[in-house]
Write a protein that binds this ligand. Structure first.
Ligand code: FMN
Length: 186
């Protein structure tokens, strides 16, 4: 069977982001089973309806990257019990019709399988994962049931600024990788 294309979307641009480290591990774990890419959306403008059309170049570009993907995997920090604004911005852009007022043509994310992982405090990113799952359904994506998986950032990560995944973290992610590959193969 052909390998699926999985596009990772990381909800932090921070240098040494813990969630980027987690996403790197996910990509590494997936790489024998799937083609993995990261969505580059650093230069995406803020969605503001007066400048939504004609569609900015950067938006056309991210829509094309998403169109090519069989599935999306969001890896996000938790900000105040929810998702960071930059993640909401990219998902808002992707949720909009490519032509003004076109309610007939499905958006690039309609029906797209998706899951979420989070590296966070003691919540294991429970709230960001729940809120993202609600958002995914609202914008007609196809979230894997169960609100994804989260890891608790160890004290050492806060102290050193570097996330070293423990065996327990890896086990959590390995299980999610297996479940997601199964979910998207159906
Ligand atoms: C605005 C803001 C709100 C935050 N709220 C939460 C929170 O609700 N839960 C949590 O676990 N961490 C929270 N944090 C801490 C983040 O988990 C921490 O900054 C983490 O390093 C961000 O992920 P990153 O390393 O991938 O950038 C918050 C951080 C910021 C900047």
């Amino acid at each position: 069977m052909d390998k699926k294309n999985i596009l990772l979307i990381v909800g932090s641009f921070r240098k040494n982001s813990f969630n980027q480290s987690l996403a790197d591990y996910i990509a590494e774990t997936l790489k024998n089973e799937a083609n993995v890419e990261f969505l580059d959306y650093k230069n995406l403008p803020l969605l503001e309806q007066d400048t939504e059309y004609p569609t900015p170049e950067q938006v056309i570009d991210i829509r094309n990257q998403v169109r090519k993907a069989d599935a999306l995997w969001v890896v996000s920090p938790e900000y105040n019990g929810s998702y960071p604004a930059l993640l909401k911005n990219v998902l808002d852009w992707l949720s909009r019709p490519e032509k003004p007022f076109d309610r007939e043509t499905p958006t690039v994310i309609a029906g797209k399988p998706v899951t979420v992982s989070a590296a966070a405090g003691t919540t294991e990113g429970k709230f960001v994962r729940e809120n993202l799952s609600t958002l995914f359904s609202y914008i007609r994506m196809n979230p894997m049931p169960g609100n994804g998986a989260g890891i608790i950032l160890p004290m050492e990560a806060w102290q050193t600024g570097v996330l070293t995944l423990t065996d327990e973290h890896k086990e959590i992610i390995n299980r999610q990788v297996k479940d997601f590959l199964e979910f998207i193969s159906k």
